[in-house]
Design a protein around this ligand. Structure first.
Ligand SMILES: O=C1O[C@H](COP(=O)(O)O)[C@@H](O)[C@H](O)[C@H]1O
Length: 271
């Protein structure tokens, strides 16, 4: 018998000898998550991070099993810069992915770039301008999820997240007050330790309501951080705090270079 309040399931750690194997398995995993979601609800809701991740999804391009017209795509975090700026996660994803696949433009939920000029006018404080930017993005989430799912927080079918060298994920940085946010779906930050300083980000309540969260980390530069996140969750690094409520599940897709210092038990990749 299942209890209503089961603790989060332990994360599943999938390791791969080479980045190419990781990317192939990741593509299969995304297709599987997509199929399950479409079978259940006729649509697939995904949020994606920036950084190294979009490139690692390259195996989805040209894959006949991807039903792009059923995808609704959000950004798990975004920098407060124009959509064609080199720092924009939307631009990165567009360059690496969206420009190469038939995903309808209207299914890609970017920040409202019309609000960005407010960040550089004397009429409005930076705090107010970022607040408006985050609220506007939250409204896009509400439009997609609230009527359809009537949940307190949106339940994404899949979140694809990266791991920063300091253990951050999305734009949730170690020691920052945003780690304690309990109400907002989308929050803002103006003092990101990694440039650019002004960003918006999903909050932990949203992240921890997702059906599946997949972290992707490759390369030796992630080895110490990955070991800290998986072997010492008590340290409370942001990525360790991603523990979606039952029946949600965290999956890690990492290569051997990133996993070399990890003691956490590895799983055999299966769909
Ligand atoms: O600033 C950010 O960094 C993280 C991690 O990036 P990576 O290049 O180390 O993979 C990324 O997940 C996040 O979306 C981005 O805004």
């Amino acid at each position: 018998m299942t209890s209503l309040h089961q603790p989060p399931a332990p994360a599943i750690l999938n390791t791969f000898a080479e980045p190419a194997e990781l990317e192939e398995a990741l593509a299969q995993f995304v297709v599987r998550a997509q199929r399950d979601a479409i079978d259940k609800k006729g649509r697939f809701t995904l949020a994606i991070s920036g950084g190294s991740l979009p490139k690692q999804l390259g195996r989805l391009v040209g894959n006949p099993n991807v039903k792009w017209d059923k995808w609704q795509v959000f950004y798990a975090d975004e920098r407060a810069v124009p959509l064609d700026h080199p720092d924009s996660n939307h631009r990165l994803c567009t360059d690496e992915l969206w420009s190469k696949v038939p995903l309808p433009f209207s299914h890609i939920h970017a920040i409202d770039a019309d609000l960005l000029p407010q960040l550089s006018t004397p009429d409005k404080s930076t705090d107010d301008a970022l607040d408006e930017l985050a609220d506007a993005y939250e409204s896009q989430l509400i439009a997609e999820f609230a009527q359809k799912d009537s949940a307190r927080f949106p339940v994404f079918d899949l979140l694809l997240l990266g791991l920063g060298p300091d253990g951050h994920t999305c734009s949730l940085f170690p020691g920052h007050a945003l780690l304690a946010e309990e109400d907002r779906w989308v929050a803002w930050i103006k003092d990101s330790p990694k440039p650019p300083a002004a960003r918006i980000t999903f909050t932990f309540p949203v992240i921890n309501h997702a059906a599946r969260v997949a972290f992707v980390a490759a390369g030796a530069s992630k080895a110490d951080t990955l070991a800290a996140v998986l072997d010492h969750p008590e340290d409370g690094l942001p990525a360790s705090r991603v523990r979606p409520a039952h029946p949600g599940q965290v999956f890690w897709f990492v290569d051997e270079a990133a996993a070399q210092k990890v003691q956490y038990p590895r799983s055999e990749f299966k769909l």
